[in-house]
Design a protein around this ligand. Structure first.
Ligand code: PLP
Length: 365
């Protein structure tokens, strides 16, 4: 007896269903292709897993929790833990599964029907969410040295209806850190726009804009456990802001959106944060070593960075990308972005991975 193949014989629809909003139809899917090679330097992750002994503790804690019950409505106990760690008012902390979710919610909060303002090039999620949700997107080009275009941003703040302003420190994808005075000037010019300081990588630069955030109720620092904490797989990010802005933001956060397993693991991480500092120190050392090692490369240029990634400017990004891939190293192309012709973005890996990258770069012809 033969079995019928279970594949559907239905043809795919010729056109998108009219019910799908035009802005959603117009936006391409998030541009990421997973590639399985030994050296993975394409997502700015920590190259090290969560310490094995802490994983055991986290697992024990997961086992002790009931899985049949819903978690806290708004990750309330976890918020209190994060607030204690950050020395922040728990009423001003908002937790979501990854800070990318907060970017979507901030676009809903302040962008729809209003303005999403950022620089160019910028982190793709800000512009993607603005386009998906149909917000007016305004981008001001960075200065040629990648510093904030302070005057251009101030003009855009004056000329557009209010909304949300994204400032990334350190900047992504350049790794540039602005002076405190430049950041302050932009933030203070923003009046009562919602101002987001995305500090996803702040441990690597040693910067912290919390004092600036504390000074205004409309300001928010966006943080994540995906990078320096090495917990991208858990999907947890958070905002530090005023109780007033947090209360509005929380209306947009789906109820019960942090599960008990991630919560249990994060509690253990927050109780043992020492491992983060050691790793951040290593990234800083390695970043300096890579820059020095490739300083006199005949054709590739490493751009200085304050983060856990750096840009490699090459004469031909496609050729350089394919060459590294053939050596078992995957990086991220950024060469289609404004100002970044020829650029690849490379995460700082383990010392051995960085050695492999340096050796491959030196051998490139
Ligand atoms: C990686 C990154 C984040 C963090 O995203 P998660 O959803 O928390 O993993 C936020 N902002 C920028 C600029 C990033 O590069």
């Amino acid at each position: 007896m033969t079995t019928e193949p279970s594949v559907s014989r239905q043809q795919p629809p010729a056109a998108d269903p009219a019910g799908v909003r035009g802005t959603v139809r117009a936006v391409p899917a998030y541009p990421f292709t997973p590639i399985d090679v030994p050296i993975k330097l394409d997502q700015n992750e920590s190259p090290y897993d969560f310490p094995a002994d802490l994983k055991v503790l986290a697992t024990e804690r997961m086992l002790a929790r009931p899985w049949n019950r819903y978690p806290d409505l708004h990750a309330d106990r976890l918020r209190a833990r994060i607030a204690a760690f950050e020395d922040w008012d728990p009423a001003g902390v908002v937790v979501t599964p990854g800070s990318n979710v907060l970017i979507k919610l901030l676009t809903e909060l302040a962008g729809i029907g209003q303005t999403v303002l950022t620089v160019s090039p910028t982190f793709s999620v800000y512009t993607l969410e603005a386009q998906l949700l149909g917000a007016k997107l305004v981008q001001v080009p960075l200065n040629p040295d990648f510093s904030l275009p302070v005057e251009g941003l101030k003009a855009a703040l004056r000329e557009n209806p209010p909304g949300v302003l994204y400032v990334t420190q350190p900047h992504a994808p350049t790794g540039f850190v602005d002076t405190g005075a430049a950041v302050r000037e932009v933030v203070e010019a923003a009046g009562d726009w919602v101002v987001v300081l995305d500090e996803a990588y702040h441990q690597y630069s040693g910067t912290d804009d919390r004092d600036l955030v504390r000074e205004g109720e409309n300001r928010l620092s966006l943080r994540t456990f995906s990078k320096a904490w090495g917990l991208a797989g858990l999907r947890l990010g958070y905002a530090l802001t005023s109780p007033r802005l947090a209360a509005h933001l929380r209306k947009l956060v789906p109820a019960f959106n942090v599960g008990v397993l991630a919560e249990a693991a994060l509690e253990v991480a927050l109780e043992h944060p020492g491992y983060v500092l050691e790793r951040v120190e290593e990234v800083r050392r390695e970043r300096g070593r890579i820059l020095a090692a490739l300083q006199d490369h005949p054709t590739w240029q490493v751009l200085p960075s304050q983060s856990n990634f750096y840009l490699l400017r090459t004469p031909d990004a496609e050729a350089a990308y394919q060459y590294l891939l053939a050596q078992g190293i995957v990086v991220r192309r950024q060469d289609k972005l404004p100002m970044l012709a020829g650029c690849l973005r490379v995460a700082v890996g383990t010392p051995a991975e960085n050695d492999a990258l340096i050796a491959a770069a030196r051998a490139f012809r």
